[in-house]
Design a protein around this ligand. Structure first.
Ligand code: B1M
Length: 800
């Protein structure tokens, strides 16, 4: 089915998708058979579920949610994706009533894609591609990618489905109580990134029931104009008498879906806990209901993983911070050559704090490989700041190498009308859904008049559209010339800004600081030019957000050009600055201590950067133990607190953890050793089952080894039976258990009981964030070690 056929099918009505599939299968086939395997072993049951839904829905889905090779591998069925998907697709196809469409269902791999996890993007892409090919082969009408929680994995699935099938692709993500995905992405950002990459429809599924999904769908509907799909579960499941119960019944569910349609959903269905009864109630409730009409204001929308910024008329003026640029900056140049990102991150934070909405990233330095420099900087930035990025380079390969690494939608700065440049940059923008700065420049150089420059831009817009880059992804740069050299051309730039707006209908951006090149009092000239350009309709400027004159001018001009309605932002900023007692934005201190730089590095999750800093600290004579105990561990605890307060999300916590692990790996050999002794006793160490926190346990392991103990480290998430078996096999003197969550500390008494039942009389010592002395006493463990240092005397005492 083509996109236009599907659009025709959906025209003027709310499409109804099926309800939960897994819930129905579990009820039909008791036991622990993986749902995907049921396609082969219980095809009649699969057909029965399809039949139950096909009468009630416009769309039914294949039984292939977990049928990608990565997930199949994890459940012991590697290499069977093709067979399962083809078969499942034909079962659904055969069961579908005439007029019911079949969606090829695709779910997550169950593993985190880099940089949050270890699964390479390409591996995820390959698995999804194989699945999509097989589903298309089996005859599905379109692809439905569901329940994604990480934007990069969603991108891998979307690209693979697009590349492999050419069918329309719908894609939904799952959102928590706080209206963000588990990796911190808000609904507008998810919708913007995925729609920009060519999704036919975007939306939300599963999550926390229909009523809280209204907010999610509403925010998506205000951001993108593609169709929106809402498939909530029947509320958050609760455990009642040992059974999982979904509390939202059919009528309440149907009423909830009606609200979702009012919020902007054009397609609805049910996820976990919904049944044919739910969908029957939905069918009745939506009888004759038509989708609401949406008027999404046109703008260039850029995204990071966590934020979307709209640039265009009617939206706030966007300051694009220009400081990450090595021109005339020796320290930054050296940093880029050394492969570091500390100054880049510091500049980014300072600019964001000063009000930059987008950060320009220029890392072109002679002698440096710009592709890796750009990729490194952009990756570090996306983890550490919220602002979307503008990748600034003359090297299209640097764009290509970087854009695939990002979760968000960056701006590619820039393309000119040179055919080579158009051919190099536009395909990258089209494939990855990136925005593009269009420079009014061609083989003939910069043209004198506004009209000529607009003609060049018109050619670029046409080329972009023919490469599949829509107009809404473009922003025009009419080129700022130095008033000292070409005074009469400066007003032409302003005229061009106005013309682009009226003739091409795309937003405009200028690198304003160039205007004052070669003259004194640059800030005043820049600010005046900025005010004049804003009056002509300029939407964004690449400028220095740390220049207070410029920022004050941008804020004042926003009020005077009606961008800042009710002067709200102007007043807010004034109050903020008064609070700061007239201080300007903080310029990063150059004499910051190495300790606070390491701390910041952990907070930024700057895994690559920390090695340099630890080496520097050691070479300055810092001791490894205080670096670990007083800098790394407290920084990680700070990340934990921010996570608890909702100020950062799982990706940041994961990257901070990885940063600490990397740092500890360098410090480890320097920890004092009790050379040549491994005879003080055997310690079996483990993080208990259900718990993946192992940083603290790893530190304990090193410290104990260095102090003459033989350590058998079982790792994390270790089942009780394995701990007991190892304690027996290794004749353990001590079992050291680590647990960091209130949900997993309960495993500690369980292990103790199992050790007792196995007749093992080894001592049990426990530790971990949520473990307290009191708890340890209450369960009768032999010892509590609040940290690794405390574990050493504790063991000595116990074993003596
Ligand atoms: Co998570 N996490 N985490 N996390 N994490 C906590 C523990 C949390 C307190 C954060 C918070 O909300 N403030 C919270 C638990 C809340 C609770 O239950 N009360 C939490 C949560 C909720 C979660 C998830 C559920 C988040 C989610 O997915 N939504 C998820 C759980 C996954 C799972 O386990 N099933 C999760 C995941 C993760 C990451 C993967 C991102 C990462 C772990 C990476 C890794 O370990 N490889 C992570 C991190 C880093 C943390 C925090 C921020 C830091 C933990 C840490 O490494 N501390 C943590 C907040 C915090 O603890 N303040 C948090 C530093 C370490 C040196 O200290 O481990 O205590 P610690 O070890 C010390 C001592 O306790 C002692 O010595 C060690 C060294 O001095 N010790 C022993 C420890 N074990 C010992 C054993 C011994 C002796 C001494 O035997 C002899």
């Amino acid at each position: 089915m083509t996109a236009s056929e599907l659009r025709g099918f959906a025209e003027g009505r709310v499409l109804i998708f099926e309800g939960a599939f897994g819930t129905m299968l579990q009820a039909a086939v008791p036991g622990d058979i993986p749902p995907e395997l049921m396609t082969l072993e219980h095809p009649d049951q699969i057909t029965a579920v399809h039949k139950a839904y096909t009468e009630l829905s416009d769309v039914i889905c294949t039984n292939t949610f977990g049928a990608n090779d990565i997930k199949l591998d994890a459940i012991g069925m590697p290499g069977r994706a093709r067979e399962l998907n083809e078969r499942a697709a034909s079962l659904a196809r055969d069961a579908a009533s005439p007029g019911t469409l079949v969606a090829g269902d695709v779910g997550p791999t169950g593993r985190m894609v880099e940089p949050l996890g270890e699964l390479p993007f390409e591996d995820a892409y390959d698995a999804y591609r194989e699945q999509a090919e097989a589903l298309a082969e089996g005859g599905v009408d379109f692809m439905l990618i569901e329940t994604m929680s990480d934007l990069r994995e969603a991108k891998a699935a979307l690209l693979a489905a697009r590349d492999a099938t050419g069918l329309p692709v719908m894609i939904t993500m799952t959102f928590g109580e706080d209206f963000v995905t588990p990796t911190g992405t808000d609904p507008a950002t998810a919708a913007n990134v995925l729609a920009s990459m060519g999704a036919f429809a975007v939306g939300a599924n599963c999550s926390t029931g229909p009523s809280r999904m209204v907010e999610v769908i509403g925010r998506m509907a205000q951001t993108v104009s593609v169709p929106i799909l809402a498939q909530p579960n029947a509320g958050i499941p609760e455990l009642v008498d040992g059974r999982t119960v979904f509390k939202v019944g059919p009528d309440e569910f149907a009423a909830g879906l009606r609200k979702l349609v009012t919020a902007g959903a054009t397609m609805v269905g049910g996820c976990c806990g919904t049944t044919p009864e739910h969908m029957l109630a939905v069918r009745r409730a939506l009888e004759g209901v038509r989708p609401v009409s949406r008027d999404v204001p046109g703008a260039l929308r850029l995204s990071s993983r966590t934020r979307t910024v709209a640039i265009g008329s009617g939206f706030p003026f966007a300051v694009v911070g220009e400081r990450i640029n090595p021109t005339n900056r020796e320290a930054l140049t050296n940093e880029i050559l050394d492969g570091r990102t500390e100054i880049v991150l510091r500049d980014a934070r300072a600019q964001e704090e000063a009000g930059a909405a987008v950060l320009d990233v220029n890392v072109g330095v002679p002698g440096a490989d710009e592709r890796s420099a750009m990729r490194r900087a952009a990756r570090a930035l996306e983890n550490a700041v919220d602002a979307p990025l503008s990748l600034d380079s003359m090297n299209a390969e640097a764009f290509e190498a970087t854009v695939c690494e990002l979760a968000g939608k960056p701006l590619l700065n820039s393309v000119t009308a040179h055919p080579d440049r158009l051919d190099a940059v536009l395909p990258v923008a089209a494939r990855w859904g990136a925005g593009v700065v269009c420079l009014a420049l061609d083989e003939g150089g910069i043209r004198a008049t506004a009209g000529e420059r607009v003609e060049i831009l018109r050619r670029i817009v046409a080329a972009a559209e023919s490469h599949g880059v829509p107009r809404e992804h473009l922003i025009a740069d009419c080129l700022t010339l130095a008033v000292s050299a070409e005074q009469e051309r400066v007003p032409e730039t302003l005229r061009a800004v106005e013309l682009v707006r009226s003739e091409l209908g795309i937003p405009t951006i200028l690198g304003v600081s160039n205007v004052s090149h070669g003259l004194p009092d640059r800030s005043v000239l820049n600010a005046s030019f900025l005010a004049m350009a804003m009056e002509r309709g300029l939407d964004a400027a690449i400028m220095n957000p740390l220049d207070e004159t410029m920022m004050a001018t941008a804020r004042a001009s926003s009020v005077l050009t009606l961008r800042d309605r009710g002067s709200a932002e102007f007043i807010r900023e004034h109050a903020k600055r008064r609070k700061k007692k007239g201080k300007g934005p903080e310029v990063p201190p150059s004499d910051e201590s190495i300790e606070s730089r390491i701390r910041q590095c952990v907070l930024d999750g700057n895994v690559e950067g920390v090695s340099f800093l630890i080496d520097e600290a050691l070479s300055r004579g810092r001791e490894p133990k205080p670096l670990n105990d007083d800098v790394l561990v407290p920084a990680l605890e700070e990340v934990g607190l921010r996570f608890e307060r909702g100020e950062c999300f799982l990706p940041q916590m994961m990257l901070a953890a990885e940063t600490v692990e990397r740092a500890f790996g360098i410090l480890k050999p320097y920890f004092p050793r009790d050379e040549g002794r491994t005879d003080k006793g055997t310690v079996v160490l483990a993080t208990v089952e259900g718990d993946v926190h192992d940083i603290g346990k790893n530190i304990v392991a090193s410290v104990l080894e260095n102090n003459g103990y033989r350590v058998v480290d079982l790792g994390k998430n270790v089942p009780t039976a394995v701990i007991v078996q190892t304690a027996r096999d290794e004749s353990a003197d001590v079992v050291g258990l680590s647990a960091l969550m209130t949900t997993t500390v309960v495993r500690i008494p369980e292990v103790m009981q199992a050790l007792k039942e196995a007749g093992l009389d080894c001592k049990v010592v426990v530790g971990g964030a949520v473990v307290t002395e009191r708890f340890v006493a209450s369960i009768g463990a032999d010892g509590y070690a609040k940290d690794a240092a405390a574990a050493v005397p504790m063991l000595r005492e116990l074993l003596e």
